[in-house]
Write a protein that binds this ligand. Structure first.
Ligand SMILES: [Zn+2]
Length: 265
């Protein structure tokens, strides 16, 4: 094995890269941001909950029982689930042409699900390696975290989707990071864009009275959110509220319980 190419820093993608590198002598090929995030997060071990994270949960209106449950346990640590990362890496970036096996590939960068997420587009046939930037059937999580509480991943996502929609063709054969390979990329790109626009319309409707992110699951996801999905739902709700706030559709103020409350203008 000579190389491990990783599309983005999330633990279910970067998880064993360090192991392949250490035990098989592979080189890590990824984007600079993916390497920086994963290297930083493997070194940044927290035995106790950081004050900023607790504050972020409060501002988001996390349900009290969920918050107390989390505080009673060790915080999530990237380092607990990801093999230690190497000190160095080989950078891939927007527009690069790289060769893997018999094919040449163009690197195009997406954003929104993870910062500087690489996708690979074959220059020799119709294959696209999409990572989590383009997945069939399920929508990629667009989360906001305590590290950047004012982030607007929804805008980043929509910008990337519009860009990929413009180059998508019906004969593209897409290999996604989850679920099965698929064709019909132009339709899928349109769905990914429309799903978020419709979610934003439902959310705006819901904000006729002030609400925190923790009170916005129903209009966004149209179903009951279980304990296992709560964290992802909350960070995605913050993402959509931040977007509405940054495009000037809602106001926000701090509620009595320390949660930011958003309301339609
Ligand atoms: Zn991911």
């Amino acid at each position: 094995m000579t190389r491990v190419l990783v599309t983005h820093h999330h633990p279910d993608h970067m998880g064993n890269a360090g192991w392949f590198i250490k035990h098989h002598g592979a080189a890590l090929w990824t984007t600079r941001t993916a390497w920086l995030f994963s290297r930083m997060l493997t070194l940044d071990v927290q035995a106790e909950w950081p004050a900023e994270t607790i504050e972020f949960y409060r501002r988001s209106g996390m349900a009290d029982d969920v918050l107390q449950g989390r505080l009673a346990e060790r915080p999530f640590n990237f380092a607990d689930v990801v093999h230690p990362m190497p000190l160095g890496f080989h950078r891939i970036k927007e527009g690069d042409e790289i060769t893997i096996g018999a094919r040449r590939w163009r690197v195009l960068i997406g954003n929104g699900h993870a910062p500087e997420h690489a996708t690979l587009w074959s220059l020799d046939d119709n294959i696209v390696i999409a990572g989590d930037q383009i997945i069939p059937g399920i929508s990629s999580n667009l989360g906001v975290y305590a590290t950047e509480p004012e982030a607007d991943p929804v805008q980043d996502w929509l910008t990337s989707c519009e860009r990929f929609a413009a180059i998508a063709s019906d004969d593209h054969f897409v290999l996604p990071g989850h679920k099965l390979p698929f064709t019909g990329l132009p339709d899928r790109m349109r769905q990914l864009i429309d799903n978020h626009h419709s979610a934003l319309v439902r959310l705006l409707d819901h904000l006729d009275s002030p609400k925190s992110a923790g009170e916005c699951f129903q209009p966004l996801f149209k179903r009951k959110i279980g304990a296992g999905e709560y964290g992802l739902a909350l960070v995605e709700a913050v993402g959509h509220l931040n977007h509405l706030h940054q495009i000037g559709k809602v106001t926000r103020h701090m509620g009595d319980n320390g949660a930011l409350l958003f309301q339609r203008i």
